[in-house]
Write a protein that binds this ligand. Structure first.
Ligand SMILES: C[S@@+](CC[C@H](N)C(=O)[O-])C[C@H]1O[C@@H](n2cnc3c(N)ncnc32)[C@H](O)[C@@H]1O
Length: 104
């Protein structure tokens, strides 16, 4: 039998926690606004489809950076597609983690 503790959230389920309704409950500005400032470098570990990474990239401004790290390539692809061609694209660095190693 598969060990349930080793499972991660499947990429196909990403929309269930990456949608505008979630912003009413987990508003990134309310959660991080007091901590994230312009020019900061922020590491978003387990970024998934980038629900927080994208908003944090706006908060850090042009001089800041977000390292969006996840162990699933499919999640990083979602972030990539979401930011492609946008002003925040240059501020977000995608990073593939190992299962037991962040690698940064
Ligand atoms: C439930 S999702 C949440 C995504 C995002 N943080 C959010 O709040 O919308 C958890 C994410 O963490 C990633 N993850 C799980 N274990 C990880 C690990 N050891 N290193 C990096 N990412 C991991 C999964 O691939 C998944 O994309």
């Amino acid at each position: 039998m598969e060990n349930q503790n080793k499972r991660v959230c499947p990429v196909e389920h990403a929309t269930s926690f990456d949608n505008f309704i979630r912003k009413f409950v987990h508003n990134p500005k309310k959660i991080f606004g007091n901590y994230v400032k312009e020019g900061m470098v922020v590491l978003d570990i387990g970024c998934g489809p980038g629900f927080f990474s994208v908003e944090i990239a706006r908060m850090v401004g042009e001089s800041g950076r977000v390292i969006a790290a996840d162990l699933q390539e499919g999640m990083l692809e979602k972030v990539k597609n979401k930011i492609q061609g946008k002003d925040i694209e240059q501020r977000i660095e995608l990073h593939k983690c190992g299962v037991n190693k962040i690698g940064i």
